[in-house]
Design a protein around this ligand. Sequence first.
Ligand SMILES: [Zn+2]
Length: 406
Amino acid sequence: MNCRHCKTQLRHTFMDLGFAPPSNAYLNHDDLNRPELYYPLRIRVCDKCWLVQTEDFTSAEELFTADYAYFSSTSKSWIKHAERYSKKMISEFGLDHKSFVIEIASNDGYLLKNFLAAQIPCLGIEPADGAADAAEKLGVPVLREFFGEKAGKKLANEGKKADLIAGNNVYAHVPDINDFTKGLKALLKSDGTITLEFPHLLRLIEEAQFDTIYHEHFSYLSLYTVHRIFSAAGLRIWDVEELNTHGGSLRVYGCHDDDPRRTKQPVDKILQEERNYGLQELRVYLKFQPLADKMKDSLVSFLIEQKRNGKIVVAYGAAAKGNTILNYAGVKPDLLPFVCDASKEKQGKFMPGSHLPIVSPERLWETNPDYVLILPWNIASEVKEQLRDLAQKEDTFLTTVPDLLT
Ligand SMILES: [Zn+2]
């Protein structure tokens, strides 16, 4: 396989998680008697542009089906994040009723509804029907398509170029990152701004967040690599911010390469930080797998120890990253009887691979567990706050990162 960005032949493996079902392929009761599709989950790194990427095996369409169960609006902290983002963009770029905002992967309209409320014309691009329906109910116009150069050019030809293109949490999910970036270039007004948010590869490596690796994430991105991909498409990153979302993300601000805006200091600062850490050296990538294996071993021995001691451990949060760790560690309901999730769409279903039943958080109070393992550790503080009165002792709640990284 060649690098998805620079086409160099890929020779190095960053992480091999064996085989796993797609992490969003939640199962119904009837599915439990049927065979389940497992795909290789192997992550490669390019030693030329340092793009960390999944090995090819299947088409995106196969993974993102209409019953894709994730709705952005079920996470309160993500909704707040979207509100803050919208306010900031409106004031920073002076957006008003004459502006045009496009969000790629607009999900259920959780973000664009803020622009709608400020009477700023907007358009969401979203291929998943369930999410697009929900957004349209809020009054958000949606184009049901996968985004790429073709869609970008088509909209541009219809006179729908944007002042602001938002891609919060989509860039890492795109199979053809060059084509997607060319689409951004085509769709952007001459003085427009692109903002993209994606988990920062530096944080993933530093904090051994290997459970953020799953099939739907095609790329694991550093600022250095995104900078290269933007340049190749005739775009430039002129600012960057560090965010706490998803365990540590970057929000990059892009413009056309001939835009008069000067590149701000944080861009150089983060590029330097990445270089100092060694993100352009192979050794850093080759150290990752042993660390992830250690964490997997810690999780399994913790669960076995609790079971032997007659303690009850249950899980909270049926998130994709939970599926990665559960499947990699081979955890089944004998060690973790269920996982609670506030999303009604997921309740009654089963986690792919591990077959943990997904139940309502109310079950926690009936069960009175000794430990609650919060699988989406990135929203652990929000979950702890919601479940405050359940905790009988200080260590009731734990997360794989960092609690089990010992
Ligand atoms: Zn490359």
